[in-house]
Design a protein around this ligand. Structure first.
Ligand code: ATP
Length: 219
């Protein structure tokens, strides 16, 4: 009996304060590499870092504008609708309940974020729920703790086929274009009165209200 495979679902969480071309291009390349649908999931109360400058609705508006015109990268506001801290383990649990035990789920993490994984709430439980796709870029090779290194040794695979055929538990590197863009840099450009053109989607510059939370006088 032949079984139709369900397309992998990959998720990229973040503060997206604001969303920029580094996020969008990495998510796009991961979608193509994995043959997956990708959800961008803004965090409401990120447990691992300072609070965002822009509000949840402002960050959603920027994401909505940036994602317009394509349907491979989708916006998902589930963490903003939940109260309390945005733990990835809870988000993945929700996806697992929604999509059942077989659908491949892939948590996408920049390699720097991945290096910090052992500080996350119930981090080892993440592997029961999803694969991890590590977005690697030349020039970014952070040190992994021993515990993380052990997980990498036990779980790392090279084959995207294995990801498509299994629901969870593996770690795969996804080499993405090196776009040295960070939201921190964009916020400081705006605070200094400069335009982050070619660092963010044009749609964010075409509506003056979207980047207003970061402009001089509003911080
Ligand atoms: P900040 O500068 O405020 O720390 P950021 O630009 O790193 O923000 P986040 O929202 O924290 O953006 O990132 C969400 C996810 O996207 C993380 O997994 C992060 O590693 C990844 N990421 C961020 N910038 C890039 C980039 N330029 N290329 C690839 N991945 C990125």
């Amino acid at each position: 009996m032949s079984r139709t495979r369900v397309r992998a679902l990959a998720i990229l969480g973040g503060t997206f304060d604001p969303v920029h071309l580094g996020h969008l291009r990495a998510a796009w390349e991961a979608a193509e590499f994995l043959g997956a649908e990708v959800r961008l999931i803004p965090a409401s109360v990120p447990p691992h870092r300072p609070q965002p400058v822009a509000s949840a609705s402002e960050r959603m508006a920027m994401l909505r504008a940036a994602l317009k015109g394509q349907d491979r990268l989708q916006l998902d506001d589930r963490e903003l609708r939940r109260s309390g801290p945005s733990f990835s383990v809870d988000t993945l649990q929700e996806f697992r309940s929604e999509y059942g035990p077989q659908r491949p789920l892939v948590l996408l993490l920049g390699v720097d974020a991945f290096a910090g994984l052992p500080a996350w709430h119930c981090w080892q439980a993440l592997f029961e729920l999803a694969h991890i796709g590590v977005l690697t870029r030349p020039g970014h090779s952070p040190v992994f703790t021993d515990a993380l290194q052990r997980e990498v040794q036990a779980r790392r695979i090279d084959s995207v086929e294995t990801i498509a055929a299994t629901p969870a538990g593996h770690i795969i590197d996804i080499a993405v274009s090196a776009l040295e863009i960070s939201a921190t840099h964009i916020r400081s450009e705006l605070a200094a009165g400069r335009e982050p053109r070619y660092l963010v989607a044009d749609a964010l510059l075409n509506d003056a209200a979207l980047l207003a939370p970061y402009r001089v006088g509003s911080m």
